[in-house]
Ligand binder design. Structure first.
Ligand SMILES: Nc1ncnc2c1ncn2[C@@H]1O[C@H](COP(=O)(O)OP(=O)(O)OP(=O)(O)O)[C@@H](O)[C@H]1O
Length: 334
């Protein structure tokens, strides 16, 4: 597998993000004119064997970043290289299993428009797990053991945590080289979580996999990461080996993250105070974020709200209800 250019002295570079900039598209598929990028000037380099914890407040951009790395959003190929290739453009990265993304709930699309429901069909865990072709039997057995899966489980009858175990097992069956995890352990009990986290660490140590794991749950993760990346408002604050993070020498992982988030909140409060003092609205106007003005006259301008109909979730607006005037449903009916 070709990795990115390297200095030869360390493990090969597996993930290279260079000055990444990203804006969610509006309903027409293009970034709304004037929209401020959600992710700006973001650079990150990880190597084979690195285990990077991705931390940040709600809405900081962690999921967005993982989805970009997982090839789910198109960006300039030079900005994101995974195993030396463009995550979005080189579909063999995911089709071969070299790059694996595991996140959110296990859902399937229903009918149209990305309207999705949790996967709950009447099928046995065994059928799902053994239905994946070309899997090494030893690896599969190890995962079934690590996740303590009962192969007779019927997917429509099991608990959320049990369903999640099957999802994780299927996501890890192929021996990925880069794994992106977006808060996948919320439903797991303490034991399942501890065993999974230990398994993931061994994957990096034994076969040089690279893992990026976004989470708010730091229990049992104290000695897991080799690196930590802290994101605030779409900007990388730092990405360093744990041993280089001064706060981590004095504080637990949770306390260190808490300290950074508190500082961030204080800074935001200060900015709002200054805005008010300068006669500006407390919060920056968001009207270009996900909306665009259609129509020439400002008086009759209609803002088309991206309700996700074109590219994701469907949040319908009923006529007469707020924010119907802002909804693309209104535009569609004009
Ligand atoms: N499809 C979308 N269209 C427009 N904006 C979006 C979309 N998805 C997310 N956002 C916005 O992007 C920002 C970052 O969201 P993201 O889900 O990446 O954050 P996060 O750090 O993963 O948050 P959390 O910790 O809550 O999961 C948020 O302000 C969110 O509203």
């Amino acid at each position: 597998m070709t990795a990115a250019a390297d200095d030869g002295s360390k493990s090969p570079v597996t993930v290279q993000v260079t000055k990444l900039q990203f804006t969610y598209p509006g309903i027409d598929g293009a970034p709304p004119p004037g929209a401020k990028p959600l992710i700006q000037d973001f650079s990150l380099t990880l190597r084979a064997g690195d285990r990077c914890l991705l931390v940040g407040a709600n809405g900081a951009g962690k999921t967005t970043l993982l989805k970009i790395l997982g090839g789910k959003h198109m960006v300039d190929p030079a900005m994101v290289r995974v195993l030396g290739r463009s995550a979005f453009h080189d579909t063999t990265l995911t089709s071969t299993g070299a790059l694996s993304y595991l996140g959110g709930e296990w859902r399937r699309d229903v009918a149209f428009a990305g309207f999705d429901v949790p996967l709950q069909m009447d099928v046995a865990a065994e059928k799902m797990i053994f239905g994946v072709q070309g899997i090494d039997a030893t690896r599969r057995d190890r995962l079934i053991k690590v996740l303590d899966i009962d192969l007779t489980w019927r997917m429509h009858k099991v608990s959320d945590g049990q369903r999640r175990r099957v999802q994780i097992c299927m996501g890890l069956l192929r021996p990925y080289q880069v794994l992106l995890l977006d808060e996948i352990t919320v439903d797991l009990d303490v034991l399942a979580r501890a065993d999974l986290v230990a398994f993931l660490k061994s994957e990096c140590e034994e076969r040089g996999a690279t893992i990026i794991y976004a989470t708010h749950i730091f229990d049992g993760l104290e000695s897991w990461p080799s690196h930590l990346a802290y994101v605030a408002k779409g900007r990388l604050q730092f990405a360093k080996p744990i041993s280089d993070i001064v706060d981590m020498r004095e504080l637990s992982l949770m306390r260190a993250v808490e300290k950074w988030l508190r500082k961030e909140i204080e800074e935001q409060r200060q900015i709002r105070k200054e805005r008010l003092a300068n006669g500006l609205p407390k919060f920056e106007e968001q009207n270009v974020d996900g909306t665009r003005v259609i129509g020439e006259s400002a008086k009759v301008a209609v803002r088309a709200l991206n309700n996700g109909w074109a590219g994701g979730r469907l949040h319908s607006t009923i006529a007469g209800e707020d924010p119907y005037d802002l909804s693309s449903n209104r535009v569609l009916r004009l």
